[in-house]
Write a protein that binds this ligand. Sequence first.
Ligand SMILES: O=C(O)c1cccc(C(=O)CC[C@H]2O[C@@H](n3cnc4c(=O)[nH]cnc43)[C@H](O)[C@@H]2O)c1
Length: 236
Amino acid sequence: MSLHSHIHSGNAVDDAALDSMGRVLIVTAVDAEREAVLRGLAGLPNIDVIAAGVGSAAAAAGTAAALASPETAYRLVISMGIGGGFIDQAAVASLVVADLIVAADLGAESPEGFLSLDELGFGSARVAASGAWNNRLLAAIQGSGLSVCSAPILTVTTATGTAETASLLAQRIKGAAAEAMEGHGVAVAAERFGIPVTEIRAISNAVGPRDRSAWRIGDALAALEAATKAIREVLS
Ligand SMILES: O=C(O)c1cccc(C(=O)CC[C@H]2O[C@@H](n3cnc4c(=O)[nH]cnc43)[C@H](O)[C@@H]2O)c1
């Protein structure tokens, strides 16, 4: 994969990977998310769920270490967990399946505004989620009656805490529905190993002025568990 291609995509391997043998790797940030996913999977075999830590660097390192294991062949990698929702797009306790995974604050500031990696000539901060897998995952979650949309999910280094930053990010990445802190790291590692990748977030809070007391983590973890249960058949 060229460092200078614009949107990196694992789609070329989608069709072959959909029906082939191999395991699925699910990467969360923290143990509470991992446990919610494991409850939803209810012992489904051939799936590994790791809590790799908070932030893109920990996520990339954890994902790459798992994918490098010589005993294990993976056919799909999913970044899963809770996240902030752009409230016009994704309500608290709803789900977002990424069609695009974007490192939204990776670049440079300038007096004229933010410059992305693409604009700086250093490749792309965007990884396209696997279209073939997403269609199936989205249909399964929709079919179970959960509220879900498919849209770009942002990866940020600093969780948004003001209305101004929320507005800047929404302008920078049109249609963004959620932000979290790991997806791009997971996606870059999966892409490096040539494995399709996607991201699923359960919304715990609105992206905007920070109010930790308003985060509905329990509801988001319940939605994460329910979404995992809904996609069991797709992953089996
Ligand atoms: O306190 C708890 O019980 C608890 C349980 C599960 C998860 C947490 C976290 O704080 C996880 C941090 C994780 O969440 C993502 N996240 C959630 N909301 C946002 C946001 O508005 N902006 C960015 N990231 C968000 C993020 O991926 C963190 O890794 C606590």
